[in-house]
Design a protein around this ligand. Structure first.
Ligand SMILES: Cc1cc2nc3c(=O)[nH]c(=O)nc-3n(C[C@H](O)[C@H](O)[C@H](O)COP(=O)(O)OP(=O)(O)OC[C@H]3O[C@@H](n4cnc5c(N)ncnc54)[C@H](O)[C@@H]3O)c2cc1C
Length: 515
C-alpha cells in the first residue's frame, strides 16, 4: 500500500511540477495574443472554434498543461470511462453527433479531434504549458502570464488582452481521497479512479470500489466479468436513470434519411425539452419522480433485492447529477452476482481490506477510491490584480461567467444537471459579442461591478446547497465567489432560461464598466 501511495505521489509530481508563487516575468520576452484560452478540453476547443468564426481578426492561443486535447476525456483512464449525459447535448451545437448518445472517452476525443482538424485549430493550441501565474495591469490593460512547460520545466511568458478560462473545475492530477483510519495498514493496492494505473491487473482479484456516483457505476460493470468479485461500497445511495443507449427519435430520423445536421438539432431540442420537463417535475413532485426512478431499479434487480437500502437516496432527485446507466449494465452485473452493493460506513482499513461500522469486513486485493474531485479554483493559477493577490472568494459573480474585481476575464462553468457544453457554447457567444463590443467602442478594459441598486444585495454562497449539493462543491464553497439574489449576479443552472437570457444581455447595462 505504501508503495502504491509513493507511486501515486511520484505520478502526481510528474503531472504537477512545483508551481509555487512566482512574480510576473521581467526579463523574458513575452509572446502576445489578443486572447489566451486556458485549457484545451471540450470548453477550450469550443472557445477556439467560436473565436475563430466570430472574431476572425483576433489572435489567440489555447494553452493546456496536458500532452493532448480533451481535458477530462484525456486524463481519465479508468475502465469503461464514458459520458453520463447524451452527446447530442454534450457535443457542440455546431457539430452533429452521429453515434450512440452515451459515448466512450475515446469517441469523445475523436469528435473533439475532428473539430480541431476541420477548423484548423491545431496551430492555435500549445500543450504541456501549465499557466502558473496571471498578473493584470490596469495601466497597460494587459494580462502577463507565466506558463511552465511540464516536460522541460522551462518558463514561458505570454501577454494577453483577454483571458478565457476553460480550465474546468477540478484538479486533473489529484482526485479527492478522504483520510480513512489505518489506510497505511492495507497490504493490497489502493488506487484513485482519477489516476488509474495504466497496467492495473484486476483479473480474478477481489475489488472494492468506494463510491456511489457515475464513476463507480461505470467502473463496476466494466471490470465485473474479469474480477473474482467487485463490491460497490457506498455510504448512501444515489439516483440513477437507465435505458437503451439509443434515441428512438434519432433512429427514426435516420431511417427517414434526414440530414445529420437536422437530426442533431431536432434531437437536441427534444432532449432539452424533456429534461426541462423532468427538472420541473423533480421540483414539483419529487416523491413521485423518486418513486419512478427507484421503481426502474427494482424492475432490473427483482423483488427480492433490497432496493430500499441500496438504491433509495435520502436527497431530492436532481440535487445531485443523475447518472445514466446505459443498457442497465450496472444492474445486470449485480443481478448476475458478479457485483454487489454494500451500504455502510468505513470504520478503518486493515491488512486485508476494510472494516465497516456495522462490524462487517470487506476483503479486498484492490480498493478503488471513486470518491470524486478536488476543486481547482481558476486552474490553480496565482492571480495578481494591479499588484494585489486576488481573493477570489471576495468577488461576486456576474451570471457565473465574470467576476467583480477581475477585469478582461470570463470563466466557462457549464451546467451540472444538463450537459456542460450547452453553456460553453452560450458563454462563447457572449465572450465573442463582448470582444466585438469593446472593439466597437474602443475599450481595452471591461470589469463587472455592482450597480447602485445592487449595493445592499445580500451576498450568498456561489451555489444554493438546497438546489445542488455534491460533496466537491460543498467542500470548496468557502473558496468560491459570492452570488447575489438577482439574475445578473447568479450562476443559473437552467439552460432553458439562459438560452434566451445570455444572448439578450445588454452590454450597455451599468453592471459593465468599460475603459
Ligand atoms: C469522468 C467524468 C465524466 C463526466 N461526464 C460528463 C457528462 O457526461 N456530461 C457533462 O456535462 N459533464 C461531464 N463531466 C464533467 C466534465 O468535466 C465537463 O463536462 C467537461 O468535460 C469539462 O470540460 P472543460 O473543457 O471545461 O474542462 P476539463 O475537461 O476539465 O479540461 C480543462 C483543461 O484545462 C487544463 N488546465 C487546467 N488548468 C490549467 C492551467 N493552469 N494551465 C494550463 N492548462 C490548464 C487541463 O489540463 C484540462 O486539459 C464529467 C466529468 C468526469 C470527470
Amino acid at each position: 500500500m505504501q508503495r502504491e501511495l509513493t507511486e501515486q505521489r511520484e505520478l502526481t509530481e510528474q503531472r504537477e511540477p512545483d508551481v509555487s508563487r512566482r512574480a510576473a516575468p521581467e526579463a523574458a520576452l513575452p509572446e502576445h495574443f489578443d486572447v489566451v484560452i486556458v485549457g484545451a478540453g471540450i470548453s477550450g476547443v469550443g472557445a477556439a472554434y467560436h473565436l475563430k468564426k466570430q472574431c476572425p481578426d483576433k489572435s489567440f492561443v489555447a494553452l493546456d498543461a496536458q500532452q493532448s486535447f480533451g481535458g477530462t476525456w484525456w486524463t481519465h483512464r479508468y475502465p469503461g470511462i464514458r459520458s453520463d449525459s447524451d452527446l447530442h447535448t454534450f457535443g457542440y451545437r455546431f457539430k452533429p453527433w452521429t453515434g450512440p448518445p452515451i459515448a466512450t472517452a475515446a469517441e469523445i476525443l475523436a469528435y473533439v479531434g475532428e473539430v480541431i482538424e476541420e477548423n484548423d485549430l491545431a496551430r492555435h493550441i500549445r500543450y504541456r504549458h501549465k499557466i502558473v501565474s496571471a498578473h493584470w495591469s490596469s495601466e497597460e490593460s494587459l494580462w502577463c502570464l507565466v506558463a511552465q512547460c511540464t516536460d522541460s520545466g522551462e518558463e514561458r511568458a505570454f501577454t494577453a488582452g483577454f483571458l478565457w478560462m476553460c480550465q474546468g473545475y477540478y484538479r486533473h492530477w489529484q482526485g479527492y481521497l478522504p483520510e480513512w483510519p489505518a489506510m497505511e495498514t492495507f497490504k493490497g493496492r489502493l488506487v484513485h479512479s482519477e489516476t488509474w494505473p495504466e497496467h492495473l491487473d484486476y483479473k480474478a482479484k477481489k475489488v472494492v470500489v468506494i463510491g456511489s456516483g457515475a464513476t463507480a457505476a461505470t467502473i463496476i460493470p466494466a471490470i465485473a466479468d474479469a474480477c473474482a468479485h467487485v463490491t460497490m461500497l457506498q455510504r448512501s445511495p444515489t439516483f440513477f436513470i437507465t435505458g437503451r443507449n439509443a434515441i428512438d427519435l434519432a433512429e427514426t430520423l435516420r431511417q427517414l434519411q434526414v440530414d445529420e445536421t437536422w437530426i442533431h438539432e431536432i434531437v437536441r431540442r427534444k432532449i432539452l425539452f424533456d429534461q426541462n420537463h423532468f427538472t420541473a417535475r423533480c421540483v414539483q413532485e419529487p416523491d413521485v419522480v423518486a418513486k419512478e426512478l427507484i421503481g426502474v431499479v427494482r424492475n432490473c434487480l427483482g423483488a427480492d433485492y433490497d432496493v430500499e437500502r441500496h438504491f433509495t437516496p435520502t436527497y431530492r432527485p436532481w440535487r445531485q447529477r443523475i447518472a445514466f446507466i446505459p443498457d442497465a449494465d450496472l444492474f445486470k452485473a449485480i443481478a448476475a452476482g458478479k457485483a454487489s452493493v454494500v451500504t455502510d460506513e468505513i470504520e478503518r482499513f486493515n491488512a486485508g481490506g476494510i472494516v465497516l461500522k456495522s462490524g462487517k469486513e470487506l476483503e479486498a486485493d484492490i480498493i478503488v477510491a471513486a470518491t470524486g474531485f478536488n476543486i481547482s479554483i481558476l486552474g490553480d493559477i496565482d492571480f495578481v490584480i494591479d499588484g494585489k493577490p486576488l481573493v477570489f472568494r471576495d468577488s461576486v459573480t456576474y451570471r457565473g461567467m465574470m467576476f467583480t474585481g477581475l477585469p478582461n476575464l470570463a470563466w466557462v462553468f457549464g451546467y451540472f444537471r444538463a450537459s456542460w457544453t450547452l453553456r460553453a457554447d452560450l458563454v462563447a457567444d457572449f465572450v465573442c459579442r463582448l470582444l466585438q463590443h469593446m472593439d466597437r467602442i474602443g475599450a481595452r478594459k471591461v470589469t463587472v461591478a455592482l450597480r447602485p441598486q445592487d449595493r445592499d444585495m445580500p451576498l450568498l454562497s456561489w451555489i444554493d446547497p438546497e438546489n445542488f449539493n455534491p460533496g466537491y462543491m460543498l467542500r470548496a464553497m468557502h473558496l468560491l465567489p459570492k452570488r447575489g439574489d438577482r439574475p445578473e449576479w447568479q450562476h443559473n443552472q437552467d439552460y432553458w432560461s439562459e438560452k434566451d437570457e445570455i444572448p439578450a444581455i445588454d452590454l450597455g447595462d451599468a453592471a459593465f464598466a468599460f475603459a
